[in-house]
Design a protein around this ligand. Sequence first.
Ligand SMILES: NCCC[C@H](NC(=O)CCC(=O)O)C(=O)O
Length: 447
Amino acid sequence: MIAYEANFDGLVGPTHNYAGLSYGNVASTSNERLVSNPKLAARQGLAKMKALHDLGFKQGVLAPHERPDVAALRRVGFSGSDAEVLRQAGEQAPALLAACSSASAMWTANAATVSPSADTADRRVHFTAANLNNKFHRSIEHPTTSRILAAMFADERHFAHHQALPAQMHFGDEGAANHTRFCRDYGEAGVEFFVFGQAAFDPRYPRPTRFPARQTLEASQAVARLHGLDPAGVVFAQQAPETIDQGVFHNDVIAVGNREVLFHHQRAFLDQERVLAELGDKLARLGGRFQAIEVPEAEVTVEEAVRSYLFNSQLLSRADGRMIIVVPEECKANERVWRYLQRLSQSGGPIDQVLVFDLKQSMQNGGGPACLRLRVALNDAELAAVNPRVLMSDELFATLNDWVDRHYRDRLSAADLADPLLVEECRVALDELTRILGLGSVYPFQL
Ligand SMILES: NCCC[C@H](NC(=O)CCC(=O)O)C(=O)O
């Protein structure tokens, strides 16, 4: 059976803003209070989706969330009408209002971890929504994420959904940003690679000292169990703690994999040689030939990788078997990174084409091309079972751009978040969006 890697990109929500919410994510904290442009942000994201669709890749859309999350504000004691809740929160706890207004669900690499049916015991595609427990503004995403995923992948014969792990630091789970899969072909059994930042129950593992390690070993192991993965096809590895302290808050800021290829930095993993050897052995047992492309510190430093998001790229397999690397414009702005990419694409290796996108609105919050997409490997029958309304097409692209133009502001600052009109605008927009994407009722205001 033919199989594909489909990418489901987050459609940027109408409240996209810069609130400095993610300690440990350098872009987020350094761009706090910048005035955002939600309309441009959404258009930049849509342009990437359309370009990849036009190149023949399977591309889908994941809907944004209802924000400001008035229910979350009520839960922490604000009361009265919605307008009253927003006014009080804006006056008494502006940081809380900002957290409850973030459009962070746009980074769908953190929505869930997905295991394709070729790897799972019951031969269904398994999804575990990520609890995103490390940051309050992200910890409120998973209930809506779960409803949206269930509306997109509804057929229980093909799709299994697990609720997010216990909402506690021991099970901190950031989803697919710390998960990569290696395989010969998308439809064949593969090796699932889980990268964690700390072991919560075992003090023998080292930890970063400055910034938080968001993903735990225990969370990764729980997801592997829930998905029914064969241990022979699973590798757990620890991210080098000192890189977390340099701003590598997810593994997808320092490594990206596709099929038999891992593109990574010299300092990505603890015990790197052993990790690469285990990946090679396990893939070889499945008939694959693992190939690691390691970028030395001498050519691109960790700091340059964090600033340019070289590794927050997408590796996409063309029909001829070679790969395209999709990078943000920030890679072009860094001379050494850009030179490295030229050499890489001319080296005769598996990656021979570079595609550059302007994703500046998302990048300023630390979200690059890879953060914006959730990968779901699907065979023909499974793809046919996906809600067809969420799959990119010329019509959907036009419809969504028009929808963005009618509903989004082109300027949003911290002060605007308390504006009672904003929440109304968002609800009107999202109500229309659920009809466009055929999602049914998924938002708190619709339930
Ligand atoms: N995978 C990329 C995730 C980026 C995301 N940034 C944010 O939430 C920043 C939001 C703000 O600061 O306004 C995060 O750190 O989880």
